[in-house]
Design a protein around this ligand. Structure first.
Ligand code: ATP
Ligand code: MG
Length: 657
């Protein structure tokens, strides 16, 4: 088995590391880990200094023996997942833990359950009934704090309302709302009656919204008429009306200015009693369809189900995010993205914790507001994106230095490559950092460095329990450490998607692009100890002369320059060298004059070539005021490239205006 070799490698690093833990690398128990003075860049050298979490974190970690856990998860997947699943309520028990047939897979076969019974009723009717389930900070300053009982009752009332509108199990309900209580309630109410929620990021244009309504044949659209963000009011009524023109789809309105329409969100809740129970559904019953971010092309509708999703995401909440009973987590991602679904809402509720939802930008009116939310809500574990970490760093350290973050133990970063520079910044100013890699398709984290293992900034880390990955060439042959290749997943796990909605061919294609495995579309490299570094998207690999370079390698190197806040790298075809590495840079200060920018652009080129260890690399640097992003905060490199080449950029529905 490939994983046996990996486990051996991992055990070696764990042994080597634990012998070091007592001697040189363990920071004093009360201090944060010291950033290593020489950040290490991908491929730059093998002399990396692993960074340990502070000793109390390591000692109290929920997952203490990663290598043993990992091995067991792959050797005995049914026992492993079956045992974890026992923490939940199943109306009927399963006959088999899993059935795998090539790319198709079913988990907890024959069982019935309901994710909201486990996320709400189990706590609302038990000892946690008066514990806070959710703190929702709306863009207009409204703060909702709800106990498990209050949240369950509201969700049950709305579920009754949905039934009264004729929504049946399996019906798709589209949700176009800002992150907040109303959106959370809509998800929970849908799931409660077996309806399938389809979140569409608020602010998406009418054409894109209409396409998703048509693709999913949604029976109802639950929508906010406006949203408050960054000091502005964004009005959606027009977009919504245009999107549904000629479609037979009612709208349940959440009118922020007060009830003005015949079918109003809070009126519907008020009109129903909290008596609608969670409907027992098959473990494989669809829970939601969620479109991917659209970074590489047209978004795909990923399908997740009640049973396996609930089991898998909670496992990682406890073992990776290391949350303990009574604690508070905050996933800053919008609820309309997978991180919001899994870790803003479902996993913390399933585990009876308190989740924070916040609609406003993290730096509005200024960066202190981010730190205030951490302090005021007493956040223990923060789940955030590299984009936001880079932005917070750009705003300056003063804000962080003023903050009292005594509750914060862990910062989990996801969504894009986390450069060592940013890792160290966050570790110094916030708390120990856990980078983790996953996709909408995988439902939950796949690669990371649990706190019981030393972190290697710039490398995301090890495969998590239950997840078997490989780095392979295009024929599926495993590559040795140090060689770049395609990151693939060998086996489905409980929370892995079931298919793409209306596009099973695409699902099968991703399982056959490289024989015998699921292609993630990302390129990666493994080191001798099994740690994996993500180098970028396979579509974006730059072919400069003889070199094949991932965007992350270039961006990570460039971010080490003190003037640089943000970077995007793309390859521009060139007849002589294959591709020129074009690097777009956003500076920390915007005020630089044209002359200063020109000089700096030259210096940045020299810095980049030095960092990459090749002074002859064909590079070009352009300084921009900002980079194009998806609504989920990812750099849209394909747009930069299309603009440079004068090509059609393709689907831009998720571009942040
Ligand atoms: P689309 O599939 O529509 O092109 P997308 O891949 O950006 O969009 P998501 O599912 O939101 O949609 O994002 C998953 C991707 O994000 C991963 O495939 C990977 O490229 C990137 N990613 C996530 N976490 C990390 C990480 N820790 N390090 C590097 N890249 C990451
Ligand atoms: Mg993707």
């Amino acid at each position: 088995y490939a994983f046996t070799r990996l486990v051996q490698a991992v055990q070696e690093v764990a042994r080597a590391a634990s012998s070091r833990v007592q001697v040189e690398h363990t920071p004093p128990s009360d201090s944060k880990p010291l950033p290593s003075s020489e950040p290490v860049y991908l491929g730059a050298s093998s002399e990396e200094t692993p960074v340990w979490a502070p000793r109390p974190l390591v000692e109290k970690a929920n997952l203490k023996d990663y290598p043993a856990e990992y091995r067991r998860s792959l050797e005995q997947p049914e026992a492993f997942w079956g045992e974890w699943a026992e923490r939940f309520h199943w109306f009927n028990p399963w006959k088999r833990v899993r059935e795998v047939d090539g790319p198709y897979h079913r988990w907890f076969v024959g069982a019935t359950t309901n994710i909201t019974y486990n996320a709400l009723d189990r706590h609302a009717d038990g000892p946690r009934r008066n514990q806070l389930a959710l703190m929702a900070l709306a863009g207009d300053g409204t703060v909702h704090k709800l106990t498990y009982r209050e949240l369950r009752d509201l969700a049950a009332r709305l579920a009754g309302g949905l039934l009264s509108l004729g929504i049946k199990p399996g019906d798709r309900v589209a949700v176009y709302m800002p992150t907040g209580l109303e959106m959370a309630l809509t998800f929970l109410a849908c799931a409660r009656i077996g309806a399938v929620h389809v979140a569409i990021p608020a602010g998406l244009g009418s054409q894109a919204l209409r396409e998703r309504l048509e693709d999913t044949q949604a029976r109802l659209l639950v929508a906010a008429d406006r949203m408050y963000q960054g000091g502005r009011t964004l009005h959606f009524s027009h977009v919504l009306e245009e999107a549904i023109q000629g479609l037979d789809i009612p709208v349940l309105w959440f009118s922020r200015g007060g009830a003005v329409r015949p079918l109003e969100f809070w009126d519907l809740i008020e009109a129903h009693r909290p008596t609608t129970p969670a409907l027992p559904v098959d473990s494989e019953h669809p829970l939601f369809i969620l479109y991917t971010s659209g970074s590489t092309g047209k978004p795909k509708g990923v399908v997740h189900v009640h049973g396996g999703y609930m089991v898998g995401i909670t496992y990682h909440l406890r073992t990776l995010f290391d949350l303990k009973d009574g604690e508070i987590s905050w996933a800053t991602a919008d609820l309309s993205w997978i991180v919001g679904h899994s870790y803003g809402l479902y996993a913390p509720l399933l585990e009876g914790l308190t989740t924070v939802l916040r609609a406003e930008r993290l730096d509005y009116p200024d960066a202190s507001s981010f730190y205030e939310t951490l302090e005021d809500c007493g956040v223990n574990v923060l789940i955030i994106s590299p984009t936001w970490l880079r932005t917070l760093r750009k705003h300056g350290d003063e804000f962080a230095q003023k903050a009292q973050l005594s509750d914060l133990r862990l910062v989990a970063s996801v969504g894009e490559y986390l450069a060592p520079e940013i890792w160290h910044w966050a570790a110094k100013h916030l708390a120990h950092v856990v980078d983790h890699w996953w996709q909408t398709e995988t439902g939950g984290p796949c690669l990371s460095t649990p706190v019981c293992m030393p972190a290697k900034p710039g490398k995301v880390g090890l495969p998590l329990p239950g997840v078997e990955v490989r780095v392979v060439d295009s024929l599926g042959r495993e590559l040795p450490p140090g060689q770049k290749g395609h990151l693939v997943i060998s086996q489905p796990f409980p929370h892995f998607m079931r298919t793409f909605w209306n596009n099973d061919e695409r699902y099968l294609e991703q399982w056959s692009r490289i024989p015998g495995c699921y292609s993630t579309g990302d390129i990666a490299v493994r080191d001798k100890e099994g740690y994996i570094a993500l180098l970028g998207r396979s579509d974006d690999v730059i072919k400069a002369g003889e070199m094949r370079i991932g965007t992350a390698e270039i961006e990570g190197a460039m971010l080490s320059h003190p003037s640089v806040a943000e970077v995007a790298a793309v390859g521009i075809p060139n007849p002589e060298v294959g591709e020129v590495i074009k690097v777009y840079v956003v500076l920390k200060t915007r005020e630089a004059s044209l002359e200063v920018r020109a000089i700096l652009a030259d210096k940045l080129q020299a810095h980049l070539r030095r960092q990459l260890g090749n002074i002859h690399l064909p590079t070009e640097v352009e300084i921009l005021d900002q980079l194009p992003r998806t609504k989920s905060g990812k750099i849209l490199r394909r747009l930069l490239k299309a603009q440079e080449l004068g090509n059609d950029p393709g689907d831009l529905s998720t571009l942040e205006p």
